[in-house]
Design a protein around this ligand. Structure first.
Ligand SMILES: C[S@@+](CC[C@H](N)C(=O)[O-])C[C@H]1O[C@@H](n2cnc3c(N)ncnc32)[C@H](O)[C@@H]1O
Length: 295
């Protein structure tokens, strides 16, 4: 196996001697998307904080605002931490996905499995931020020369909704609706696909709140359903609208299962309500997947 490969990715259907330029392309792409090849992606841009009160904070905001108007940013030059990025724990300063290497490897493994076993259906991520995971899904289709499957890219493209249901209103830290870092426009995500030469008609965008877009999305069948909407409501909306479209042998991936208790509650409630089988398997400290049983 070339040294370039990291993590414990299993290249299903590929013997060690077969690993060639196409797999190296996927590996390098993954690492560009999570930005673990740049030390500077560990840096933090210091933003205004209007939720804190007091003279010092007011002066800080005044300076940050003033500099921003002149095109300058204040950056905290944090040391890059490869372990955190591997687990998708730190938010990259730049880069296109916050999922980390283990979860990128998981997307690749799930896709390789369904393609190798001819499990029918498309691929979707609900909650895409800058689009990195879905850019990678499109690249995997390219790698295997798959022309008859679509990658669906579902997001508000304006960040998280205000927590509405009781499970999400539980804790103030669940309200990220004002977090600008999480607001990435559709135009920007399209441009990100284009930057990698992967924007074409095998990529379809579903813009809006999941509760509005997913029930009427023209998706027939899914091979991989990847949930990354953080909240109870966002997770439940996606499961309710899409789970029945996942083919037997397909995968459901839940990005926030261990890191957001309200997301876990939505998954557990849905699985209990529908008496779902399929063992939950951990990917890393945050995420899990399960495989829809082939009856
Ligand atoms: C943690 S980010 C996704 C990270 C992304 N999967 C990646 O690879 O980096 C969560 C995303 O979910 C979206 N989101 C959350 N709840 C939503 C909802 N109910 N409807 C539409 N978009 C939602 C937000 O806009 C945000 O882009």
């Amino acid at each position: 196996m070339p040294k370039a490969f990291r993590g414990d990715l299993k290249l299903l259907g590929t013997s060690e001697t077969e690993v060639g330029s196409k797999d190296l392309y996927l590996d390098l792409l993954k690492r560009c998307l999570i930005a673990d090849i740049y030390d500077e992606s560990g840096w933090r841009i210091v933003n205004v904080n209007r939720s804190k009160w007091g003279l010092i904070q007011y002066l800080k905001n005044f300076i940050i605002d003033g500099l921003a108007r002149r095109g300058y940013l204040i950056v905290r030059t944090n040391q890059f931490n490869a372990e955190l990025r591997n687990e998708g724990i730190d938010w990259p300063c730049f880069g296109y996905s916050m999922t980390g290497l283990q979860r990128m490897n998981n997307i690749e493994e799930c896709m390789r499995t369904v393609l190798a076993e001819n499990v029918p259906g498309d691929f979707i991520e609900t909650g895409v931020w800058r689009g990195g995971s879905t850019i990678f899904m499109r690249a995997v289709l390219e790698r295997f020369d798959v022309k008859d499957r679509t990658v669906w890219v579902a997001d508000s493209f304006e960040g998280l909704p205000k927590p509405l249901v009781a499970q999400d209103r539980d804790k103030p830290q669940y309200d990220l609706s004002e977090c600008n870092y999480l607001k990435v426009s559709l135009e920007q995500v399209r441009a990100n696909f284009d930057r990698f030469g992967l924007l074409d008609d095998q990529v379809k965008f579903l813009k809006g709140w999941f509760k509005d877009t997913l029930p009427i999305a023209p998706i027939e069948q899914l091979a991989v359903l990847r949930l990354d909407g953080d909240l109870y409501e966002s997770t439940m909306d996606a499961l309710t609208s899409l789970f029945h479209k996942v083919s037997p042998g397909g995968f459901v991936i839940v990005d926030d299962y261990w890191s957001w208790p309200n997301c876990r509650a939505a998954v557990d409630d849905f699985r209990a309500q529908h008496k779902l089988k399929g063992e939950i398997v951990s990917i890393d400290k945050s995420s899990v997947y399960w495989r829809v049983p082939i009856e």
